[in-house]
Design a protein around this ligand. Structure first.
Ligand code: EPU
Length: 285
């Protein structure tokens, strides 16, 4: 079904952190059927499979990735269309594109997606969120490649979800989803879209990062905690804790995954020692 494949593709080209060694096999299918075929083939050859979208919540190690990385982002996967007041989007559709399609269809409640750099699939997998809303608030159903290679669809009621996690899509490969919002006027939606843009611009760094590094612990935001602990500006090599938001680590240029991991280790140690808080990673390593 079309698509391309490469050997030893540097992952630093495909992550917003601009960090990561090579993927042994890099595959870009353009159709759902092509994606399913690649999955069946790789499974039969016992090749480990990873799927990556926008690469915005990901830290790939410097040694790279053994096996195959599938990147469903073009062709059928980037489609977003509206049917009966719901959005039907491919796994590779950018959240920003979904937010704007929703606006044009008079569907409100997806404005938070405007401020989040990511594709639909990764956002579902991690139950991404912002501005008090998360993916599971907008999901009607998810289409995925099942263990036997067939394409199946599950409604939200059958999908376990929690803060920053929808565990079942670690092993099942999402191909698309049906999303919902609520009727709203264009004016109302524009207010929300603008709030998302302003929030991002004023509270998040512009440099290369992977978004928030840690999940928020129960009691207080991880960013505020790191800030209160005086850790902003802390650095290992070219990896620095952002001065703008304490839960972001910025790659100032040429940082390695090792440097980021060492910096993460230092932050966790201080949080544990000073506050007894065990910070948990949001970023996938
Ligand atoms: N704050 C500080 N110092 C900092 C950072 C934040 O004092 O360095 C304060 C802020 O002033 C604010 C409070 O902490 O009063 C909360 O900050 P913010 O509104 O930025 O929210 P957050 O809890 O730190 C969460 C999500 C973000 C999302 C924002 C906005 C998590 C881990 N983070 O951050 O998501 O963009 O809300 O809705 O849940 C991500 O998941 O990658 C991410 C960036």
């Amino acid at each position: 079904g079309g698509g391309t494949a490469k050997l030893y593709e540097p992952m630093g080209r495909h992550t917003t952190f601009l960090i990561g060694g090579p993927a042994q096999y890099w595959v870009e299918p353009h159709t759902v059927a092509g994606f399913a075929e690649v999955v069946r083939y790789l499974r039969s050859a016992s090749v480990p499979i990873r799927v990556i979208g926008r690469g915005s919540n990901l830290l790939v190690k410097d040694g790279g990735i053994r096996g195959a990385v599938i990147h469903p982002s073009k062709g059928e996967f980037e489609d977003v269309r509206v049917e009966n007041g719901q959005l039907i989007a491919g796994v590779g559709a950018r959240l920003k594109k979904i937010a704007s399609a929703a606006r044009n269809a008079g569907i409100g409640g997806l404005e938070w997606m405007e401020g989040v750099p990511g594709n639909l699939g990764g956002a579902i997998r991690m139950n991404a969120g912002a501005m008090g809303t998360e993916m599971s608030d907008n999901i009607v159903s998810v289409r995925f490649i099942a263990a036997d290679g067939s394409i199946q669809e599950k409604p939200l009621s059958e999908i376990q979800h929690q803060y920053r996690s929808i565990p079942e899509f670690e092993e099942r490969y999402i191909v698309g989803a049906v999303l919902k919002g609520k009727p709203a006027t264009t004016e109302e939606i524009d207010v929300g879209l603008n709030a998302s843009r302003v929030k991002r611009r004023t509270s998040q760094p512009v440099g290369a990062s992977a978004g928030c590094i840690f999940k928020n612990p129960q009691l207080c935001g991880a960013g505020k905690l790191v800030d209160d602990l005086g850790l902003k500006g802390r650095r290992v090599g070219n990896a620095v804790v952002s001065q703008v938001h304490g839960n972001f680590i910025v790659n100032e240029g040429g940082a390695t995954a090792r440097e980021v991991l060492d910096l993460i280790g230092e932050i966790k140690e201080v949080a544990q020692h000073e506050r007894g808080v065990q910070l948990e990673l949001e970023v996938k390593v």
